[in-house]
Design a binder for this molecule. Structure first.
Ligand code: N01
Length: 503
């Protein structure tokens, strides 16, 4: 099991899994297999195809730093273009050869004697990996609202994250439930085709201007010809988002005022009616929920065929949505822009580490991991986009790339020194997470309800600081932080079973 015989499992073929595979290739490590439960790569960008779906971080930053793309059509690329980009990258690196689509990992168990993770697939196959890179994403499965009568509705119902392209919303009365990041994109996109669009708002959101624009051909040519300009654009956009960061994440009344001023300016330029403005203005502190970006979401409510309903929903009936004031809002279709089941706080499937301990047990008090990547008792298991690594202000991929680099360092060490495993020390992990939670007190996120928070109000989703700081903190793997497992001297004790057993 040592030397070149070093199987690595990458779980998930979204940005994280694809990025990890490329970095392994670049490091000369080719013994990896990517497992993807869907029939195509892409993750978020494969699944989120609703009208208007796009990135809300500039694409020059929201792309892999080692696979920059001069051809983005606009500052904030639409979802299909990001998916095309990922498909191109996968083909360029010939990753399909090492990929098992339609293969879901449903269980994982660490064999401490062999220093091996036994992974079970949904087809009943067993895969034995020395290292696992888990890039399963945090916002994957749609959250369907718990509204009575949802299943009684006789029109079409669809969630933004599972768009039904067979349904034509043209000429229909459409109701949208939710006013988060997905809603601000879908609402302006379907308003022009629906005869009536009714948006049900439970909590208004702070929305700042997007200043989106198409890149003219000459700019794309320039970026293609002189990659320096592409790198410079990325650098500038990245640092703008970092410098703006404190307005979005610090719990400071003063900084918050800047955000509020920017957002109110955006509201004033889009909405003239003061009563409508009032309904659309949040009462919670700027940054507490995700700050949204849009140039046309608020303006959509000025249309005669768009209605904003702020009355709470009582139930859904066969013909539409009944609000608490007794009104029935008839609809032909309901769009649920109600977000995702946040997958950060629980194991994505049963994962059993050393001494038979499950990841769900380890995370009973909230999801914690050292630098968001490694969990004590789960050796050689590296999480990408793990606990407390989400940003509220910049591209998540900056964090993901730091995690990939860290995991590659660990793999190199394991290989170079013929080690059995690296297991983060419990005291190191605890100290790290105590410091993260201490810093949370200075962040803005605890003042309102959002997917950032667990049921008990604790935050195990976001990183309380700058991306640059996270990158610096994760740059060097310090072996002293890890308990090192070594193989027995006697080769007879080494596990020699095949690495992949298909039943
Ligand atoms: O989901 P959300 P999302 N009755 O949870 C409302 C990422 N993202 O899909 O605020 C009535 O933010 C809920 O109301 P309230 C991004 O990280 C990225 O929009 O809870 N309303 C809220 O308005 C984002 O943060 C991009 O009171 C109900 C909405 O539904 C994350 O995904 C694009 C309800 C849910 O908002 C999630 O965004 C899109 C109910 N029973 C998303 N239940 C990029 O561009 C829920 N709501 C990268």
């Amino acid at each position: 099991m040592q030397g070149t015989d070093f199987p690595i499992a990458i779980i998930g073929a979204g940005f994280a899994g694809i990025g990890a595979a490329i970095q392994l290739e670049k490091a000369g490590i080719e013994s990896f297999t990517i497992f993807e439960r869907a029939d195509e790569v892409g993750g978020t960008w494969r699944d989120n195809t609703y009208p208007g779906a796009a990135c809300d971080v500039p694409s020059h930053v929201y792309s892999l730093s080692f696979e920059q793309n001069p051809d983005w059509s606009q500052r904030y690329a639409p979802s299909w273009e990001i998916q095309d980009y990922l498909l191109r990258v996968v083909d360029k690196w010939k990753l399909r050869e090492r990929m098992r689509l339609n293969t879901e990992i449903v269980a994982a168990r660490f064999d401490e004697g062999a220093g091996v993770w036994n992974l079970t697939t949904n087809q009943g196959d067993e895969f034995r990996a020395r290292v696992v890179l888990a890039g399963v994403g945090g916002l994957v499965d749609p959250a369907y609202p718990d509204i009575p009568g949802l299943e009684d509705f006789q029109g079409d119902t669809m969630h933004t994250a599972r768009w039904n392209h067979d349904v034509d919303l043209g000429g229909k009365r459409v109701s949208v439930i939710g006013t988060g990041a997905s809603a601000v994109q879908v609402v302006p996109s379907i308003a022009p085709i629906a005869t009536l669009l009714t948006v049900f708002q439970r909590t208004p959101a702070w929305v700042v201007a997007k200043f989106d624009a198409f890149y003219p051909k000459w700019i794309k040519r320039l970026l293609r010809r002189f990659p320096f300009f592409l790198r410079a654009s990325r650098f500038v956009k990245y640092w703008i988002s970092e410098l703006r960061g404190p307005i979005v994440f610090y719990n400071s009344r003063l900084l918050s005022l800047i955000g509020v001023a920017l957002s109110k300016w955006n509201l004033r330029r889009q909405v003239e009616d003061p009563a409508l403005r009032k309904k659309l203005t949040p009462s919670f502190q700027f940054g507490c929920k995700r700050v949204l970006v849009s140039d046309d979401y608020w303006a959509t409510f000025e249309r005669d065929d768009v209605e904003l309903v702020t009355e709470a929903i009582e139930r859904i009936e066969t013909k539409g949505i009944r609000t608490k004031d007794g009104s029935l809002h008839e609809a032909d279709a309901i769009v649920l822009a109600t977000g995702f089941k946040v997958g950060l706080a629980t194991a994505p499937f049963p994962i059993v580490g050393r001494n038979g301990r499950t990841l769900d047990d380890a995370w009973a008090g909230g999801a914690v991991a050292y630098k968001g990547m490694t969990v004590s008792g789960f050796p050689n298991w590296f999480i990408m986009m793990g606990p407390n690594t989400g940003p509220g202000h910049t591209s998540v991929l900056v964090y993901t790339e730091a995690q990939i680099a860290h995991a590659v360092q660990a793999i190199r060490k394991l290989q170079r020194e013929g080690l059995k495993y690296l297991d983060i020390r419990q005291d190191v992990q605890d100290r790290y997470n105590e410091s993260i939670q201490r810093r949370m007190k200075h962040m803005v996120w605890s003042g309102c309800k959002s997917w950032y928070l667990d049921a008990d109000g604790s935050n195990h989703s976001l990183y309380p600081g700058f991306a640059a700081e996270y990158v610096l903190r994760t740059r060097r793997l310090d072996p002293r932080d890890y308990e090192i497992g070594r193989f027995a001297e006697d080769p007879a004790e080494h596990d020699s079973r095949p690495l992949l057993t298909t039943q």
